[in-house]
Design a protein around this ligand. Structure first.
Ligand SMILES: Cc1cc2nc3c(=O)[nH]c(=O)nc-3n(C[C@H](O)[C@H](O)[C@H](O)COP(=O)(O)OP(=O)(O)OC[C@H]3O[C@@H](n4cnc5c(N)ncnc54)[C@H](O)[C@@H]3O)c2cc1C
Length: 403
């Protein structure tokens, strides 16, 4: 393969396009937006290499009733979207049995084990290694009861986290008035500025000879067609269109059970929050708080539906309440954002080559872990396109697993 087109310029498509161009494959990246707008821009910034358990699990199913938005939790199943989430939910239940969960855990673990080294390589390649901060993150509990429950669900491997030290607890309590107990994960990391990362990746891609085109693409023969009618041909076409990837692949006959798992954030300036403070998961509130260079961001919610449905302002109102309750030191205007995680029912991504068209490849469906897995996914799919053996077994990520 000497030429490629990547459909979708979020973090996954951008990482893949750069990896292809690095291999000398002349690559064009197509996206209607000039910059990251979707989940790639609005996420919590965590390189969550600890998240090896697919969310399609018996534990998730058991916890689901207590996690519903109507009961104060983060999960929302809007009635108007039942035609979207019910079929997805049935597939999720089917994927949650012990055997599929164990296989999923192995597959996700293999991807995650290389995720952080891949980010080190990528941030070095685009000359912004300082954007990758390797300081772990905290889980904070606000009562003895929730701490007891939360601790019992922590992973078995004791080397990846420790009880917050007295100094760490003092720092946390100086910022968060409701904190009672905390643990610190040691091996996770954070991207401290997503806007700057996007710019740096785009600049390096262009410097290596890659081209970025504005437009919404659909597959057409050995290439793609844009809304303008323009047809572009390439040896390889990679679909990395996030939640829209199923729609893009439909003309080939792929039936992709992808859903938009919508999340929300609020963000404001917070000069009183230390620049180097690791992110905090407030487990009692399912709220993740991250210090970005651009401000302090609080993220939450898992709303199953269609990406294009209007946002639900109750989610921002609840985030603002949580932020006020724990005492986040927001200053000035508070920005509100909503966007969709691209999620498949077994909570594994789809990475590989289409069995329906030998020039079509795919990389999408990274659910809650798209930022974490972007660098690794980019390297992996670029190797597949180039005809090299990938670094790991891609069978679990084959799209045909959905029939
Ligand atoms: C609130 C929230 C918090 C999160 N926190 C984290 C976190 O801390 N860590 C983590 O690892 N992950 C996190 N995630 C998940 C992560 O953000 C996503 O998995 C990831 O951004 C998905 O990237 P993507 O490139 O696949 O999709 P997107 O960012 O959605 O990008 C897809 C791109 O495809 C383009 N596109 C769509 N259709 C077409 C078409 N026909 N032609 C051309 N282009 C097209 C779109 O314009 C878009 O730019 C979070 C997500 C949310 C919502």
């Amino acid at each position: 393969m000497t030429t490629a087109i990547v459909i979708g310029g979020g973090v996954i498509g951008s990482a893949a396009a750069l990896a292809l161009q690095q291999r000398g494959i002349a690559t064009r990246l197509v996206d209607p937006d000039p910059e990251w707008r979707g989940a790639s821009r609005g996420n919590a910034g965590l390189i969550a290499i600890n998240e090896c358990d697919p969310l399609a699990s018996l534990a998730t199913l058991r916890a689901m009733p207590g996690m519903l938005f109507s009961r104060g939790g983060p999960v929302c199943l809007p009635w108007r979207e039942i035609g979207t989430w019910l079929p997805f939910g049935l597939r999720l239940i089917a994927a949650s049995g012990p055997a599929r969960f164990a296989a999923g855990r192995r597959a996700l673990g293999a991807l995650l084990s290389e995720a952080l080294p891949a980010w080190r390589r990528l941030t070095a390649e685009v000359a912004v290694p300082e954007l990758l901060r390797e300081r772990g993150h905290y889980i904070v509990w606000e009562s003895a009861e929730t701490a007891r429950k939360g601790r019992s669900a922590l992973p078995a491997d004791p080397v990846t986290f420790h009880d917050a030290t007295p100094d760490e607890l003092t720092t946390i309590r100086s910022l968060v008035r409701t904190a009672t107990q905390a643990v610190r994960f040691e091996d996770t990391a954070q991207i401290v500025d997503l806007d700057r990362l996007a710019e740096a990746m785009a600049a390096r891609f262009a410097a290596l000879g890659g081209a970025r085109l504005r437009g919404r693409a659909r597959l057409d023969g050995r290439g793609i067609r844009l809304e303008t009618g323009e047809w572009l041909e390439a040896d390889a076409v990679l679909v990395a269109a996030g939640p829209a990837s199923g729609e893009v692949l439909r003309p080939l006959g792929h039936r992709v059970p992808i859903i938009a798992e919508r999340g929300y954030h609020i963000q404001a300036a917070a000069p009183a929050w230390p620049e180097d403070m690791p992110s905090i998961l407030f487990e009692d509130r399912s709220m993740f708080v991250t210090r970005f260079r651009t401000g302090l961001r609080a993220t939450s919610f898992v709303e199953f539906g269609r990406a294009e449905s209007p946002p639900d302002p109750r989610k921002w109102a609840r985030l603002r309440r949580h932020a006020a309750d724990v005492g986040l030191p927001f200053e000035g205007p508070v920005a509100e954002w909503m966007g969709a995680r691209p999620t498949l029912p077994d909570y594994l991504p789809a990475i590989g080559r289409s069995t329906r068209a030998d020039n079509v490849f795919y990389a999408f469906g990274h659910q809650h872990l798209g930022l974490t897995l972007a660098a690794m996914t980019g390297e992996t799919i670029a190797a597949v396109v180039a005809g090299e053996p990938p670094a790991l077994d891609l069978a679990p990520f084959d799209l045909d697993r959905f029939g």
